[in-house]
Design a protein around this ligand. Structure first.
Ligand SMILES: [Fe+2]
Length: 199
């Protein structure tokens, strides 16, 4: 029987973590710095005692993603290396980017509406090569080179740090808060019979 296979897929976990009022208030009380198209806090947000419950819940989901969905050996340890809050006011956005010096990244949405910005992921590879963009009869998982969705409050998205992503403009006069984070995998990897690579 004929079959078409989707090879070398990119995993992206969409899960949910309810947003508590006290967490939102704490995030809103942080100092934000404008960086040109949005506002961010310092990069140790989840290290604050008030955020430890959130940090532990996110870490649990990251572990499920890495060990469960991605099938990575539990010999590799997961470590949170940075976390910060994003504030998008009306007109703010995030350009296409990926997260360097990190293995797993993600974002948790605290205050969002259908018009405060879509989350868009971008593929590095067009179906038949990056120089040719053929017109499509239909869009599907093979020929799409971007995918977007409208996040809702409490949505938690986890993905490989190499995955390119962006956020469209906030079209509403509402402050859009989210928390982003980077995790590292640490441990020894073998390259050949004798060479060990330590991360
Ligand atoms: Fe990002």
């Amino acid at each position: 029987m004929d079959s078409i296979r989707s090879l070398f897929a990119t995993p992206l976990l969409q899960t949910y973590l309810p947003v508590q009022d006290k967490i939102l208030k704490f995030v809103e009380s942080q100092e934000f710095v404008y960086h040109g198209n949005g506002h961010i806090t310092s990069e140790d947000l989840l290290d604050n005692t008030q955020m430890h419950v959130v940090r532990d819940c996110i870490t649990e989901r990251v572990e499920e993603f890495v060990y469960g969905d991605c099938g990575i050996s539990s010999e590799m340890e997961i470590e949170l290396i940075s976390s910060w809050a994003n504030l998008h006011k009306k007109g703010d956005f995030a350009q296409i980017h990926s997260h360097y010096n990190s293995i797993i990244s993600g974002v948790w949405y605290l205050t969002t509406t259908p018009k405060t910005g879509k989350f868009v992921v971008h593929s590095d590879h067009k179906l038949f090569g990056n120089l040719l963009d053929f017109p499509k009869r239909v869009y599907n998982e093979f020929n799409n080179d971007s995918y977007s969705f409208i996040p809702q409050n409490g949505d938690l998205i986890i993905f490989p740090s190499t995955l390119k992503h962006s956020v469209t403009h906030n079209e509403e006069d509402i402050d859009r808060f989210s928390i982003a984070f980077n995790y590292m995998l640490r441990g020894d990897m073998v390259n050949g019979k004798q060479t060990k690579v330590k991360l």
